[in-house]
Design a protein around this ligand. Structure first.
Ligand code: CA
Length: 220
């Protein structure tokens, strides 16, 4: 999952970005609307966290421009403006949810999971293809009766595959779901993660399609 954080407060931005990385998101952080709109044009995101009080253009304007451009990524407004009018305006401009500062990181992460789930048309919190299941709230994976807790990056990789069962994802596509900007990616990082996931859950959980990438079966 790739998240874009639009926040001009340096301390909040740094703290939320780190919390997103710890929660297995590939997290990119920008501090103004123009950079945000460029990032959203260049890159596919799964979710956007949007502050309203931004320099130059207000968060609501950014949201309006995003929707005008046809960028329909889920958006959670995260702001200190707690007036009812402000919440209504945010939701009416096309936001999916609204969280008032100060907030607990745990609540933000739960709202992110809920918004992503709703957008995917999936009421079930647990991902899975029959024998293999993954719980985004706990990072627990279960395969053939074995339950293990995955590391943040193992989780991010397996989640990317389980969101598109039966589809081969290339190394670049997987890296894109796991690492944000400024994160150093070792050349064999994806292979290493596949290896550690297979070690925990069994060799057959992820199939290698030579020269193309990796996939999980649609049903097992
Ligand atoms: Ca602000």
């Amino acid at each position: 999952m790739r998240a874009l954080l639009i926040e001009d407060d340096r301390m909040i931005g740094a703290a939320v970005r780190q919390a997103l990385i710890d929660a297995a998101y590939a997290a990119d952080w920008v501090t103004d609307g123009a950079t945000a709109l460029q990032a959203l044009t260049d890159q596919r995101y799964d979710i956007v966290l949007l502050d309203l009080g931004l320099p130059a253009q207000d968060g609501l304007q950014v949201l309006e421009k995003m929707r005008q451009k046809g960028i329909d990524v889920p958006v959670i407004i995260v702001t200190a403006r707690d007036a009812v009018d402000s919440r209504v305006a945010g939701l009416d401009h096309g936001a999916d949810d609204y969280l008032v500062k100060p907030f607990e990181i745990g609540e933000l992460l739960a709202r992110m999971r809920a918004v992503i789930r709703r957008r995917a048309g999936n009421a079930n919190a647990v991902l899975g293809n029959g024998t293999l299941t993954l719980d985004p709230a706990t990072r627990e994976a279960t395969c053939n009766g074995t339950t293990v807790v995955l590391s943040a990056r193992e989780f991010a990789l397996l989640q990317a595959l389980l969101l598109r069962p039966g589809t081969i994802l290339s190394r670049t596509e997987l890296e894109d779901r796991i690492y944000g900007w400024n994160e150093e990616v070792e050349s064999n990082a994806v292979e290493f993660l596949i290896h550690t996931i297979r070690k925990k859950l069994g060799a057959t959980t992820i199939k290698n399609v030579r020269g193309l990438g990796w996939m999980v079966s649609r049903t097992e």
